[in-house]
Design a protein around this ligand. Structure first.
Ligand code: DX5
Ligand code: ZN
Length: 221
């Protein structure tokens, strides 16, 4: 099973971002950047300035996860900063199809992020407008939280919706993903795995990513 690993910079040392990025450059498929505004989520992290600064230090595709109210107002700025993928929360964007179109028009892949308590049904009128769905397996805002197991059947449900519609939509999961939880989400249909503390919390980042891949491979999902 071919999966992509997206280390989340949220668990990196923010005073040494260039070095931290270099430590995952080999072994990662994407770099996940968590943007938080202190409104949609209680935490505040980075904006387009930091994304642009990081862009100069990496060849990896940048996956910007916008945990902000009215994300449409900032999409252009993240496109200019160098985002290759941008996800907006369906709970935060009242004009979801329009926001996804803006992302695609800017040449990036468009994603719908969905919180653990939001039902899969809320994707039914927008799934054709996106390239990926980012399924949260924790409530967004912080790294290092516990994986919410009851989201696994929802991943399966979304994978089924994708198959029924025949759309080329990838499923990404985010929150509490490590070698222990990865096999279940991949078995349910996830193909992009975000991992923050499971990668940046380990001294050997390449080995940490490898152990997630190995767990998925050995579980034969
Ligand atoms: C949480 C963020 C995640 C976070 C995941 O709100 O969206 O990307 O970095 O961290 P871990 O993998 O430690 O749960
Ligand atoms: Zn994230």
């Amino acid at each position: 099973m071919s999966i992509k690993i997206a280390p989340s910079l949220l668990s990196a040392d923010f005073a040494r971002l260039a070095d931290e990025i270099a430590s995952v450059e080999k072994g990662a498929d994407l770099l996940h950047l968590d943007v938080m505004d202190g409104h949609f989520v209680p935490n505040i992290t980075m904006g387009p300035l930091v994304v642009k600064a990081c862009r100069a230090h990496s060849r990896l595709p940048f996956d910007c996860h916008l945990m902000i109210e009215e994300p449409q107002r900032y999409i252009d700025r993240f496109l200019v900063a160098g985002a290759d993928m941008i996800s907006v929360h369906c709970e935060a964007e009242p004009h979801l199809q329009r926001a996804l179109q803006m992302i695609r028009d800017g040449g990036a892949k468009a994603g719908i992020a969905i919180n653990p308590a939001t039902p899969a049904e809320s994707l039914t009128t927008a799934i054709e407008f996106c390239d990926f769905v980012l399924v949260m397996t924790v409530n967004p805002g912080f790294g290092g939280q516990h994986f919410i197991e009851p989201v696994v059947p929802k991943i399966r449900h979304i994978a089924q919706l994708v198959r029924e519609r025949g759309v080329p939509v990838e499923i990404e999961v985010d929150g509490g993903i490590d070698a222990r939880t990865a096999p279940a989400v991949v078995s349910a249909g996830a193909r992009i795995l975000v991992a923050g503390s499971a990668v940046f919390g380990q001294p050997d980042r390449a080995a940490a990513m490898e152990s997630i891949r190995a767990a998925v491979t050995s579980s034969k999902v």
